[in-house]
Write a protein that binds this ligand. Structure first.
Ligand SMILES: Nc1nc2c(ncn2[C@@H]2O[C@H](COP(=O)(O)OP(=O)(O)OP(=O)(O)O)[C@@H](O)[C@H]2O)c(=O)[nH]1
Ligand SMILES: [Mg+2]
Length: 571
């Protein structure tokens, strides 16, 4: 998801309260729309909304000793910030609203310590007199809390003087200027705007023009009669840099003269702060719009990538389909070869069986009625009976022969099936791997690795269905044909009362009853179909699962993109 941008925008005319409220309601509308589309999109929008309502950051900037700290004390109505040296080089003071006056030192190592306010003055005076022994170089910033109602709307940053002897201090002030919402620029009535100030002002004029208030401080040092002249001079010198230039005496204000700060308070309340507030809201709205745009762009790109991914899966599926056709053809060929091998075996076997038939002659008793004069007499007579019987020599070796012939065919089939199956499986792996490699992100989002390995590895690797054909054959071959089959056959042939030798056809007909090889031979070709069907079904299920899931995602993202588009047309 796109990140929050830092681009800020300049505004030219003064906004009305209604306009400012309208921006906020737009922001809040976008926030609710984004949450409605996807709760995950709401986090950033909420951040933007909160940024519009939090207190404004107002930096107090000026030369060393311009009177910044005294001025802030006057605004807070209390002598709270020490005027003069603080030993915390490079540490700005953030003044925020709190229940009572206190301050916290935050160190670079993340630690912070809270003190009561007297400690600040103590440190300052000891620093000035050289009696400070603690090392404060690790202080990152100071947070000062005060209950002044002014701090509901703004928080101040008391910055080190721009021309401070320490270069780091000046850099720090510039950094604060890069992040503040408005500034109060203090320049002493004794020396209005020197060179350093002008250079810094130029750098930040675009950002602050309408949200910068210039205060000519220590105006009490100028004779009443000359004060207007000082102001006029400052206004010509600093034309274009500030929204307003007013004068003030923090010292007099602290002594109870409310009028000494009156112009500052009115300018802040009526112009600088409303302007800064609208600027913040406009920037947040702009950032939010940019975020929605980026989000849309991101989703469109993702959508396009998903489409390409879908196409790749469909291509892989089509290729796999072609591979299955080859698989089936090869499988069929193998089964056909096995069939003909078995047919040969069967024919050899039955021919040998036929040629091994010997006549067998035995004597059979029977009763004969001899008609006498008074009574019929039964006389037992004997006759020769001729049978056809398989020679014992043949029977001795028959099982062994069948076993050998059958096993040879089966071993060959088994090896070939392994090769064919592995080829199909390797091809499928290769196809899917190339999809995964070309569309890593889409796969990570849309492919469940567990399902993937279940379908691709297990099912194609699983030999069960294919091997079933082999075990069936063994059953026929070893069970029916060898173990006892020939003996049954012998018995059957022997039990026929044939006087002439049966022909080969008759023997094969008889053999078919006891050695049902033809049943298996007929089954052989449908075996290839069945095995192919099983493999096809498994992989088809996997492919259709991948495709449906991807299509659903495409539909959903299309809806989201349209929703984001409609937000953008309304802002
Ligand atoms: N006469 C007069 N003196 C003032 C006024 N404001 C500040 N001062 C004096 O100017 C000196 C500097 O005041 P600070 O408030 O410490 O000035 P600063 O800008 O915070 O100084 P740094 O933080 O050291 O840059 C002190 O001696 C104050 O008493 C004012 O309104 N009138
Ligand atoms: Mg100061």
């Amino acid at each position: 998801m796109p990140k929050k941008s830092k681009k800020l925008v300049k505004r030219s005319s003064r906004p009305s309260t209604a306009e400012s409220d309208h921006i906020l309601s737009q922001i809040s509308w976008i926030e609710s729309e984004l949450i409605r589309i996807n709760p995950d999109f709401g986090g950033y929008a909420k951040e933007c909304f909160l940024a519009c309502t939090r207190p404004l950051q107002l930096a107090v900037v000026g030369e060393y000793s311009a009177g910044k700290s005294t001025f802030l004390n006057a605004l807070l109505g209390e002598q709270i910030l020490p005027s003069g040296v603080l030993p915390t080089t490079g540490a700005p003071i953030y003044i925020r609203q709190g229940e009572s006056a206190s301050f916290t030192m935050k160190f670079y190592n993340g630690q912070h310590t809270q003190y009561n306010i007297e400690r600040l003055h103590d440190m300052s005076s000891r620093a000035e007199s050289g009696g400070l022994h603690e090392d404060f170089s690790a202080v990152e910033l100071i947070e000062l809390y005060h209950p002044s109602p002014l701090l509901r709307e703004v928080f101040f940053v008391d910055t080190p003087g721009l021309n401070a002897p320490n270069e780091e201090d000046a850099q720090l002030t510039e950094r604060i200027l890069e992040t503040s919402d408005a500034i109060i620029w203090l320049t002493s009535a004794e020396q209005v705007l020197n060179n350093t100030e002008q250079q810094t002002l130029k750098r930040f004029s675009e950002r602050y023009q309408d949200k910068a208030l210039c205060v000519i401080s220590k105006i009490d040092l100028v004779d009443r009669g000359d004060r207007q002249e000082v102001l006029t001079y400052a206004r010509t010198q600093m034309k274009g840099y500030f929204k307003k230039i007013v004068s003030a005496s923090a010292q007099l204000a602290l002594r109870g003269d409310a009028s000494a700060l009156q112009d500052v308070l009115s300018a802040l309340k009526e112009e600088v702060l409303p302007q800064a507030r609208t600027w913040v809201k406009e920037n947040q709205l702009r950032e939010m719009t940019a975020y929605v745009k980026e989000l849309k762009k991101f989703l469109v790109e993702e959508h396009e990538e998903t489409k390409r991914y879908l196409k790749a899966i469909e291509e892989a599926q089509a290729q796999h389909q072609r591979n299955l056709t080859t698989f089936h053809r090869e499988l069929l060929l193998e089964y056909q070869q096995l069939s003909s091998h078995l047919k040969d075996t069967y024919h050899t076997f039955t021919s040998t069986l036929w040629s091994s038939l010997d006549t067998y002659t035995s004597v059979e008793p029977y009763q004969e009625v001899v008609e006498g004069f008074f009574v019929d007499d039964y006389v037992i007579s004997y006759r020769d009976v001729e049978y056809w019987k398989v020679s014992d020599r043949f029977l001795e070796h028959a099982d062994e022969k069948v076993e050998t012939f059958t096993q040879k065919g089966l071993d060959h089939l088994s090896q070939r099936l392994d090769v064919i199956r592995e080829k199909l499986e390797e091809n499928l792996q290769r196809l899917l791997n190339s999809v995964i490699e070309a569309h890593t992100e889409a796969c990570e989002r849309l492919l469940d690795p567990v399902e993937f390995s279940n379908y691709v590895h297990l099912d194609v690797h699983n030999k069960y269905e294919i091997d079933d054909a082999l075990s069936m054959f063994r059953h026929y071959g070893q069970g029916a044909l060898s173990c006892g089959g020939t003996y049954s056959l012998n018995f059957h042939i022997a039990s026929q009362e044939l006087t002439t030798k049966p022909n080969l056809h008759q023997v094969r007909e008889l053999a078919d009853i006891y050695l049902p090889v033809s049943v298996f031979l007929g089954d052989c070709e449908t075996r290839a179909d069945t095995v192919t069907e099983i493999v096809t079904n498994r992989t088809a299920h996997f492919f259709s699962m991948m495709i449906n899931f991807t299509k659903e995602d495409l539909e959903a993202s299309q809806v989201t993109i349209a929703q984001l588009k409609s937000i953008l047309t309304r802002v």
